[in-house]
Design a binder for this molecule. Structure first.
Ligand SMILES: Nc1ncnc2c1ncn2[C@@H]1O[C@H](COP(=O)(O)OP(=O)(O)OP(=O)(O)O)[C@@H](O)[C@H]1O
Ligand SMILES: [Mg+2]
Length: 256
């Protein structure tokens, strides 16, 4: 079976406005269909900007962003995007937040009522579908936000530091939960994180940001079989990769 490319950057450059420094410079990379890739890098290095380029909220100054084989400047709606801040609407219930994408023309009728209720069940949100965001725990809010991202029907999901506000234990539970869902759904996931352990546990490959502007990632392949257990992170080969990753990140911070 031929491996399909879900996402491709070809010589992508990007600058926010005429005078500001370039964020991305002739960047090339590929993500395969069904792959789990994490992007890790210091604060302000351009991770969220990469997602904004993929979604079409920003357009490259040069080069192409190719999604499922087509380079279109009108990419809005073709990927599922879970932004860095929790953007649940406080005046809407869980159910009303989840179904927000269905109210947009493009994704209408994508999910039937029956499917929606199955999904709520599957995502552990049954019984709280009429609660408001303020009544939910951090982990619940992230599950609502993730389900809303899935509801778009896209094969590519962009998750921008989804678990960074959670406490250590909830975070672990959510990581295991996400892997379980991903293994079931066979979607392509791009996942931004600051956390080396999180990236190692979740990913097939890790892209490390190599300074500013982003010209090339340092790429790390995580050769752990799946399903994974948290204790796999204690294996010597993973500990070695972890040390490498931390060194690379430290270098970036020291040398800008
Ligand atoms: N709308 C904007 N206009 C101009 N500059 C921006 C805009 N958004 C971000 N920037 C700048 O672009 C750079 C990269 O920002 P970005 O948000 O992509 O970083 P990040 O890696 O996601 O950081 P963090 O880890 O803190 O979320 C920063 O210097 C930021 O100040
Ligand atoms: Mg960011």
């Amino acid at each position: 079976m031929k491996e399909q490319t879900a996402l491709q950057f070809t010589d992508v450059s990007f600058t926010y406005s005429g005078k500001s420094p370039a964020i991305v410079e002739k960047l090339n990379f590929n993500v395969k269909d069904g792959e789990f890739v994490s992007i890790i890098g210091p604060s302000g290095s351009g991770k969220t900007t990469l997602f904004r380029l993929i979604t079409g909220l920003e357009n490259p100054t040069a080069g192409d962003v190719i999604i499922n084989g087509s380079a279109s400047s009108c990419r809005l709606g073709s990927v599922g995007y879970m932004p860095q801040q929790d953007l649940l609407l406080p005046w809407r219930t869980v159910l009303e937040n989840v179904t927000l994408p269905l109210e947009m023309e493009a994704s209408k009728q994508m999910v039937s009522k029956v499917e929606l209720y199955d999904l709520l069940q599957e995502f552990g949100l049954k019984g709280i579908e009429h609660s408001y965001p303020a009544q939910l725990s951090g982990g619940m809010k992230q599950r609502v936000s993730f389900l809303r991202t899935i509801i778009t029907g896209s094969n590519i999901l962009l998750l921008d530091e989804p678990f960074s506000a959670l406490d250590a234990i909830t975070r672990l539970t959510m990581q295991e939960w996400l892997l379980e869902k991903w293994e079931k759904m066979r979607k392509t996931i791009l996942f931004i994180t600051h956390d080396v352990d999180e990236a190692l546990f979740l990913s097939d490959r890790i892209f490390v940001i190599n300074g500013t502007p982003i010209e090339k990632f340092t790429e790390v392949t995580v050769s752990l079989s799946r399903p994974r257990k948290i204790r796999d992170l204690a294996r010597q080969e993973i500990v070695n990769i972890k040390e490498q990753l931390i060194d690379q990140l430290r270098m970036k911070v020291h040398h800008g």
